[in-house]
Structure formats: C-alpha cells, structure tokens
Design a protein around this ligand. Structure first.
Ligand code: ZN
Ligand code: ZN
Length: 246
C-alpha cells in the first residue's frame, strides 16, 4: 500500500513540475525566450556557447589576441596567488546572459551554464584533482536582495557534473562593497583582502577550485586564493563561465 502511495506521490510530483513548466516556462539562458518542458536551452542558441580552446593566457585562461604570447598583460610579470585558471566560453554572445544571471533574477540559468562549463573544462577539472569546489561568496545583504549567489548556483552545477564536493561554509564575505575608487593599488588590495574571512584557521583541504561567473581583473579570485594559501591550502585553481572586458 505504502509503495502505491509513494508512486502516486511521485507521479503527482512529476505532473506538478510539468504544469509549472507549462504555466511558467523555463527561459533559455542565451535568448531568454520560453523553452519547451524539460529543455535547458534552444538547440539553435546552444551554438552561441563558443568554448575557448586556444589563444588563452596559460595562467588565468583569459583570451589573448597575440597568438604568440603565453601570458596576458596582467599575468606577465605579476605574482599570482592562484596556480592556474580557465575561462570556459567566449564573452561575445554571453554578455546579456551573464547580466541576467546576476541581476535579473535568473538563478535557473545556473544549471545549464554549470553543466556546459563542466563539459568544456572536463580535462582540467580531472587533472587538477581538487578536494573541493568553492564559489566566490557574496555578502549576506547582497544575497538577501538578489535572492541567490550566482557563483554558488554555478558551483553546485559544476560540482554535480564533475563529481567534486562543493563547500560553501569556509569562505565568508564580511564587507559588502569595498569603496575602491579613491584608493591606490596597495590600499585596494588591502581593502579587498579584508572583505573575505575564513571560518577556520587551519584548512584541511589541500587542492581547491574557486568558481565565479565572470573573470574581469582577477583580483577577487586572487585575494581569496591568497587567503586560502595562508591557511594551509596547497593549490588553488579557478574556473569561470566567461571573461568580461575589464
Ligand atoms: Zn534561446
Ligand atoms: Zn592572464
């Protein structure tokens, strides 16, 4: 009897999901148009996800124009705390997607974008052999306003598809938006550093992959990487969906 009730319950769950899909269709992450039930993207839109497979900086993964150079202008001659990072997709057709994912209440995009990122960077994710994935945190006030942390949704999808545990309790953002505008580079760095705190002194994880939605200057990722290394982490890698023009 119980199994019949369970089966009916499960069946009703599926019916309810389908009904919700019909009334509030899931939106395509690329064009924001409605999707057929059960679909994550339009087949024609999927073609706009162009993976970065060559001409990228060997340190941060950002595309570089000069096909001969190994490092981008930011990474050449600069010490980085992170070991290596990769950017999964070209920015051109994703700029609006990234904006909506962050600012227009589209947490649902994360499942697809994370799956595609895990797929595109399968080789690196396996090679790095990390103990955990950690999303770049946002301040709790911001999360309350936005309703979610897009990096966290993304990290969970990547973790699910790459079979790597996701840890969200270790790194906290304790300052909402540091006022960086009027500061010199050293003051900026210090200000950013004070924005993040670890919840334990001695981190047991040895290899970590940080996840963020978009790479701009890399200073946030590098700050968190430095903090982790100061507390016992040996290697810090990162992945982002794309890299903005910043
Ligand atoms: Zn579409
Ligand atoms: Zn670089």
């Amino acid at each position: 009897m119980e199994t019949i009730i369970e089966l009916i319950g499960e069946f009703l769950g599926v019916v309810v999901d389908l009904a919700i899909d019909l009334v509030f269709p899931r939106r395509c992450p690329i064009c924001d148009g409605p999707l057929r039930p059960g679909k994550l993207v339009h087949p024609e839109c999927e073609k706009k996800m162009v993976p970065i497979t060559k001409n990228y900086c060997l340190k941060c993964g950002r595309p570089i124009k000069d096909g001969e150079a190994e490092y981008c202008v930011d990474c050449a001659g600069k010490e980085r705390h992170f070991d290596e990072g990769r950017v999964a997709f070209e920015y051109a057709d994703l700029s609006r997607t990234m904006y909506r994912f962050k600012y227009s209440h589209k947490p649902e995009y994360g499942e697809y974008l994370g799956m595609k990122t895990a797929e595109a960077l399968k080789k690196e994710l396996r090679l790095w052999d990390a103990d955990a994935i950690i999303p770049i945190p946002i301040h709790k006030n911001r999360k309350k306003i936005r309703g979610y942390n897009q990096a966290e949704i993304l990290a969970k999808s990547i973790g699910k598809h790459a079979h790597i545990p996701v840890v969200t309790s270790l790194v906290k953002r304790v300052v909402d938006t540091p006022k960086l505008k009027d500061l010199n580079p050293a003051e900026r760095q210090n200000c950013l550093k004070n924005s993040f705190k670890l919840t334990v002194d001695d981190v047991k994880l040895k290899k970590i992959i940080l996840v963020d939605d978009i790479y701009t200057t890399g200073s946030t990722i590098d700050t968190v990487a430095g903090e982790l290394k100061e507390h016992g982490v040996r290697s810090v890698y990162f992945v982002t969906i794309t890299a903005g023009n910043g």
